[in-house]
Each structure stands twice: as structure tokens, then as C-alpha cells.
Design a protein around this ligand. Structure first.
Ligand code: NAP
Ligand code: MG
Length: 499
């Protein structure tokens, strides 16, 4: 192991399981077997920018094997024969295994991705266990209906909901474990089998999870994890005729390619894509509450959050107060490796992510936005950038319109409510938005007008297993979580008997 990582692990301390896992040779999980590959991809640890380990670079033949294993598990064997209540119990057992290994899973995720360990265990890992438990209950509730048909003759007619089949899940690096569970929990509850492709930078938590699937007794082939490059095997998987449903979370440009590939194979597809979510702060809002929620939303996970409230519209009468509160809270943040228990913000994922974020900061300055706080990259080998706060006067600036996917917030001033909503909607994305006001009528009127898949009132960036997440417009279509998601993983069959 690289000395920089050795000393980081020594310094902060990790479980013996984490250490043993990181020293192991990483293998994929196909048909219940842990398998290697001829080619491998280096994995970098973002707080030290040093080599952590490597993961297999799957070939198309590996993907075919994984799809084959998923198909066999769907059609025959213990999973296919399982009653819904047994499936529910198995998912609950899997959730227990996640909870029992939460510390290790959290450490692996933090080391691989860079995120702060506290929220990682709480939200990414235990949140995933919660979601699995929530969805497990649906296994026994996927009912069809009998119908009153009116055509001549005597008929009995009803509908049956079946698992849609083999699901391909392609997920991003910002919430590697959690985003994968956003797909797996509902798909497994519905009785599907899966091929999961994590992002090449962050495959480790899924590879560790494969061990937990073994431990919990998930039958071979129900979950397969293939690691490797999205541009090759991700594309091959998305367009594969052996797949019955594609569920993707990632960027809008890649989502478009995944949609095209799935479209050619006529596979239904869910696309959870990028965002540039507005926060609209009316004159009667509480500036402290706004600043606290903004700091959380745009700076946690180093701003690598699809629904980050990265453009804030504040009424002129409250603008200065919001800026002052935000500056105070932002400047007090501790930037540190994610394993540091006091870390508020860790590094970003990679060198190229860092240079893209720095490029946006430079562009913000060049286009005339005022840098209020941050903007620098600390002198450290890791991929760190300060939480950054801009003030801007124009809604058409690049930093206001484009998804930066880093800890950069731009704040703008408005005079009238309608103007604020117009600016908030003037963007290609429609993932999420928030409204801040004590006036209930105003909140309800504008929550209706905001063109976004989620609208929070007096909050931003809260999620729950019961609430569907998913965007409008260039943020994609379909929902993850909530009862709505089960629709994506079941198919409805109509059955008739003529008496
Ligand atoms: P990305 O570059 O689009 O990658 C997402 C996944 O797609 C990765 O596993 C990637 O593999 C794979 N991929 C890349 N090219 C592909 C292709 N041609 N065909 C099939 N798969 C391909 O996104 P990211 O940079 O990891 O994640 C950040 C983006 O995700 C942001 O835009 C963010 O807003 C979005 N996001 C959205 C949500 C939501 O719920 N709406 C949640 C989280 C993140 P490799 O990386 O291994 O190449
Ligand atoms: Mg990594």
C-alpha cells in the first residue's frame, strides 16, 4: 500500500476489516463468484492523490456473463421460487448486514470518494439500510386488480404485476453506495435481478457489499457487480438486448447516450441526471436558517450533489443578512481528509474534477461575478478546493447556468417575487428547488410554479425513502425511491378467462 495512505490510515484509525479489504486484490462479483480480469484500472485516493488499489476493467464478455447469471437467477432457482414474504425477510437481513458493517462500509466509501465520514455513515450507509427496509415491505404488496369488463360474453379479467426482469444499474461516484441502493432496493423488492456498474473511481463499496450479499444468503446471480469503464462496458450494458430495464444516475450528456443505447434495444430507462437547483429566499425568510441549509446543501460532499442549491436568489431587503450569515458559516468550515472526524468538507473526487471547478471559478471572475469568499486551492497534494461564494448580477453567467459539481455558490438579488421565480425557472435543469418564506400562500403558489421534480419549503436537500426523487426537463425522467419507483421495476400483465 502507498505510504501516504498507510500513514493516513494510521493517523485516523480504521477497522481491521477496512484495512484487510483495502489490502485485498479487488474482484468483481458475477454469478456468485468473485472474479478478476486481464485488465485493471488504478484507483486514486483523493485526500492524498495517491494510488489506493486497482479494480478489474471488465470486458464485454464479462458483462455478458453477468447478464446471463442475472437471467438464470430470474428464471429458475431459489430467487425465482421465493415467496414475496421470504424475499422481504431476505432484504431485511441484507439491511441488517449493512448496519452491522456500517463503520467499515463508511470508511471504505470515505477513503475511496473523499467525503466526510460522519455524514457518510449516517446518510450514505445507514440511509441505504433504511431504504432497503422501506422497499422490503413492498415485496408483499405488488398486487394486481380484478376488472369489470363490459364487452359481450362472460369473462373474468385481472392484472398481475411481475418483476420487469434483468435490471442494469449504472451509477455515479458522488454517492457510490447510496445511489446504487436507490436502484437495488426497489428492484430487489420487485423480484428483479441485477447487473450493477459502479463508477470506475468508486467501485469499492459495491465490491464490499457483494461480500455482504454472500453473507446474507442472497442467491447467486441476483446481484452482479461489474467494474470498469462507462464508455465501453457501461455503454454495452445500457444497449444490451439481454437487459429488460436500464436505471441510470449520472450526468446529462452521458444520460443522453445511455438513453440512446437503451432506446435502440427498446429497454425502458430511468434517467436521474444533473441539476442546478435554485433557492428562492423571500423577504420574510429567516437568514440564519437559509444560510445553515445552504451551507449544508452546497458544501457537503464538497458540492458534488446533484440537487445542491448552487444558485441562491435573495430578496434585496434580506440579501445582505443572508450573505453575512453565509460568509460566517462558510469561513468556519474545516476542510480536511474525510476520515478526520471533524471534517466539514473533504476533497473533490479527482484531479480533473478539481481543474474543472477551478475553471468555473476563473470563469466566474472573468465574467464579472464578485468573489466574496474562498476560490483557492489549499497547498496540499489532495484535490481540495475552498468552499466558494460568489455574488452575481446577471442570471445568464456561466456559473449561474451550468452545473459546477463542486463547492461553489452564487447568490443573486431580486426585487419582486415573480422576477425571482422567472430567474429560478430560467435554466435547462429541473431537478429540485426551494422556497423560503413564512407566508403559506406564497409558498404554495410558487411551489406550484417552480419547474422542478422536488420543491422544498423552508428547507433544501432533505430526502426520505418514502419520497420520490427525480427531475424534469434536462434532469431526466423517472423516479427513485417512494412507492412510484416500484412501477419502473414491475410489468403489468392482463389475464382473461372467457367462461
Ligand atoms: P457520469 O460521468 O455521467 O457517470 C455516471 C456513470 O455512467 C458512471 O458509472 C460512468 O462510468 C458511466 N458512464 C460513462 N459513460 C458512459 C456511457 N457512454 N454509457 C454508459 N455508462 C457510462 O456522472 P458522474 O460524473 O459519475 O456523476 C455526476 C453526475 O451525476 C452529475 O451530473 C450529477 O448531477 C448526477 N447525479 C444525479 C443524481 C440524481 O438523482 N438526479 C444523483 C447523483 C448524481 P465511469 O465513471 O466508470 O466511466
Ligand atoms: Mg477513488
Amino acid at each position: 500500500m502507498n505510504p501516504a495512505i498507510e500513514s493516513m490510515l494510521q493517523n485516523y484509525g480504521v477497522t481491521p476489516e477496512t484495512e484487510a479489504f483495502l489490502r485485498d486484490t479487488q474482484r468483481m462479483y458475477i454469478g456468485g463468484e468473485f472474479v478478476g480480469s486481464d485488465e485493471r484500472i488504478d484507483v486514486t485516493e483523493p485526500a492524498t492523490a495517491s494510488r489506493l488499489t486497482s479494480v478489474p476493467a471488465a470486458s464485454n464478455a464479462d458483462v455478458d456473463r453477468a447478464i446471463g447469471a442475472a437471467r438464470r437467477a430470474l428464471d429458475a432457482g431459489p430467487w425465482a421460487a421465493m415467496k414475496p414474504a421470504q424475499r422481504e425477510r431476505l432484504l431485511l437481513k441484507l439491511a441488517d448486514a449493512i448496519e452491522a458493517h456500517a463503520q467499515t462500509l463508511g470508511e471504505i466509501e470515505t477513503i475511496d470518494n473523499g467525503k466526510a465520514i460522519g455524514p457518510c455513515i449516517e446518510m450514505d450507509i445507514l440511509g441505504a439500510a433504511d431504504l432497503l427496509r422501506y422497499m422490503a415491505g413492498f415485496a408483499t404488496k405488488l398486487d394486481g386488480a380484478t376488472r369489470q369488463v363490459s364487452i359481450p360474453g362472460e369473462h373474468l379479467a385481472w392484472t398481475v404485476r411481475q418483476p420487469i426482469g434483468v435490471v442494469a444499474a449504472i451509477v455515479p461516484w458522488n454517492w457510490p453506495f447510496n445511489m446504487a441502493m436507490w436502484k437495488m432496493a426497489a428492484a430487489l423488492a420487485a423480484g428483479c435481478t441485477m447487473v450493477v456498474k459502479p463508477a470506475q473511481q468508486t467501485s469499492l463499496s459495491m465490491l464490499y457489499f457483494a461480500r455482504l450479499c454472500e453473507e446474507a444468503g442472497l442467491p447467486a446471480g441476483v446481484i452482479n457487480v461489474v467494474t470498469g469503464r462507462g464508455s465501453s462496458i457501461g455503454n454495452y450494458l445500457a444497449g444490451n438486448p439481454g437487459v429488460d430495464k436500464v436505471s441510470f444516475t449520472g450526468s446529462t450528456p452521458v444520460g443522453r447516450m445511455v438513453g440512446e443505447a437503451a432506446g435502440r434495444a427498446l429497454s425502458p430507462v430511468t434517467l436521474e441526471l444533473g441539476g442546478k437547483s435554485p433557492m428562492v429566499v423571500f423577504d420574510d425568510a429567516d437568514p440564519k436558517a437559509v444560510a445553515a441549509a445552504t451551507r449544508w446543501s452546497v458544501y457537503f460532499n464538497a458540492g458534488q450533489v446533484c440537487s445542491a442549491g448552487s444558485r441562491l436568489y435573495a430578496h434585496a431587503s434580506i440579501y445582505d443578512d443572508v450573505v453575512r450569515e453565509l460568509e460566517a458559516m462558510t469561513s468556519a468550515m474545516k476542510i480536511a481528509p474525510g476520515l478526520d472526524p471533524e471534517c466539514d468538507m473533504g476533497p473533490v473526487i479527482s484531479e480533473s474534477a478539481l481543474s474543472s471547478i477551478v475553471g468555473y471559478i476563473d470563469k466566474g471572475k472573468a465574467e464579472g461575478a464578485e468573489l466574496i469568499y474562498g476560490g483557492n486551492t489549499p497547498d496540499s497534494p489532495g484535490y481540495f478546493v475552498e468552499p466558494t461564494l460568489f455574488a452575481a448580477e446577471r442570471n445568464d453567467l456561466t456559473i449561474v447556468q451550468e452545473e459546477i459539481f463542486g463547492p461553489v455558490l452564487t447568490i443573486l438579488k431580486f426585487e419582486s417575487d415573480d422576477e425571482a421565480i422567472r430567474m429560478a425557472n430560467d435554466n435547462i435543469y429541473g431537478l429540485a428547488a426551494s422556497i423560503w418564506t413564512r407566508d403559506i400562500s406564497r409558498a404554495l403558489r410558487y411551489s406550484d410554479q417552480l419547474d422542478a421534480g422536488t420543491v422544498w419549503i423552508n428547507n433544501h436537500d432533505i430526502v426520505d425513502s418514502s419520497m420520490p426523487c427525480g427531475g424534469f426537463r434536462q434532469s431526466g425522467f423517472g423516479k427513485d425511491m417512494g412507492p412510484e419507483q416500484l412501477q419502473h421495476f414491475t410489468r403489468t400483465k392482463a389475464v382473461w378467462i372467457t367462461l
